[in-house]
Design a protein around this ligand. Structure first.
Ligand SMILES: Nc1ncnc2c1ncn2[C@@H]1O[C@H](COP(=O)(O)OP(=O)(O)OP(=O)(O)O)[C@@H](O)[C@H]1O
Ligand SMILES: NC(=O)c1ccc[n+]([C@@H]2O[C@H](COP(=O)(O)O)[C@@H](O)[C@H]2O)c1
Ligand SMILES: [Zn+2]
Length: 295
């Protein structure tokens, strides 16, 4: 039931989706149920953003295939879409930048009309007439919007003009939360921006103790009110790694991912011993970038 005090939320999941699995889709359903059960939120859209080829993860097949599989997988959903923007970039894009990009899209949609409330809006993306927003500066100590007067829905600004812009929250599994602590993988200010400014919804995953991760990190603990930890009671450890292994061995992967995706994989003969060797001797883009000390 709609309630004017509820905050609209858009969920954004970034990852390899190599290939997309049923668990990736379940993450969205679990997160929506959790947020809506609080009575405070109404989840209006979910966005899947497959990472670009520049990420250089071992076994990562071409973004065009991963995007298409995600598109096929979301065809049956009336609220989750796939957005190809990140996957189409020539270079790897830091996740904080991807989140910013999508928030700007929400603001642009709000600037033109309120179509953001529908999945159609995501499919019919706007690239013109952007209403510039420097909201991400407000997590920094200096910058044009650091002072007062900057209006930003993410900060809960109740101004009428901003009331209808949904909040954007980063959706991930507990392994991604845990990866925040891996040296040279994430920039500290990016974590602050994602968690402190936007907020995240994190789904538990076998082998990862999300509560412990938050407890043991001073930064995450400080932002704990912005981190929604969702317990998956029917634990389901489907992983894309497991699927790729089964596919290499000619085993069935049916019912672990949507049928149209299974057909697409067969049709294009994706995932072989050879594809698993892609990027085998290349360093993951963020590690390459941050261990050089450049950011
Ligand atoms: N079984 C799962 N439970 C909870 N979260 C999951 C699960 N599988 C994937 N995720 C989450 O989905 C997002 C995208 O994950 P990713 O594409 O890396 O899938 P993956 O199954 O972990 O793949 P890989 O095995 O190649 O690492 C991440 O936030 C990840 O934590
Ligand atoms: N510093 C960063 O912004 C950073 C570091 C590592 C992974 N990531 C993102 O997290 C996701 C992780 O995906 P995988 O679990 O498939 O490796 C990807 O979308 C990747 O771009 C971001
Ligand atoms: Zn993963």
């Amino acid at each position: 039931m709609e309630n004017s005090y509820q905050t609209k939320v858009v969920l954004l999941a970034c990852g390899s989706f190599n290939p997309i699995t049923n668990m990736h889709l379940r993450m969205f359903e679990l997160a929506r149920d959790y947020l809506e059960d609080t009575g405070k939120y109404r989840v209006v859209k979910g966005i899947i953003s497959p990472v670009g080829d520049g990420y250089k993860k071992k076994g990562l097949i071409e973004a065009s295939h991963r995007i298409e599989m995600a598109r096929l997988a979301t065809e049956s959903s009336d609220w989750v879409i796939v957005d190809p923007w990140e996957g189409q970039q020539a270079e790897w894009v830091e996740t904080a930048k991807v989140v910013r990009h999508h928030y700007e899209e929400l603001l642009a949609a709000e600037g033109s009309n309120d179509e953001v409330d529908t999945v159609k809006a995501g499919k019919k993306r706007r690239h013109e007439d952007r209403e510039g927003c420097t909201h991400f500066h407000c997590v920094r100590t200096a910058g044009p919007a650091a002072g007062t007067g900057h209006r930003c829905r993410q900060r809960g600004d109740s101004d009428r003009k901003w009331r209808d812009v949904p909040q954007l929250k980063f959706l991930c599994g507990a392994d991604v939360l845990e990866s925040f602590g891996v040296p040279n993988l994430w920039k500290s200010e990016d974590i602050t921006e994602i968690v402190g400014h936007y907020g995240m919804v994190c789904i538990t995953r076998a082998g990862n103790d999300a509560w412990k991760v938050v407890h043991q990190s001073d930064k995450l603990w400080r932002h704990r009110k912005n981190i929604h930890l969702v317990k998956e009671w029917v634990s389901n450890d489907i992983s894309a790694t497991h699927l790729r292994r089964a596919l290499r061995r000619g085993q069935s992967v049916r019912y672990l991912l949507p049928d149209p995706v299974v057909h697409y994989i067969q049709e294009h003969s994706l995932y072989s011993a050879e594809s698993e060797e892609k990027n085998a001797d290349v360093i993951l883009a963020p590690l390459q970038k941050y261990s050089k000390g450049c950011s």
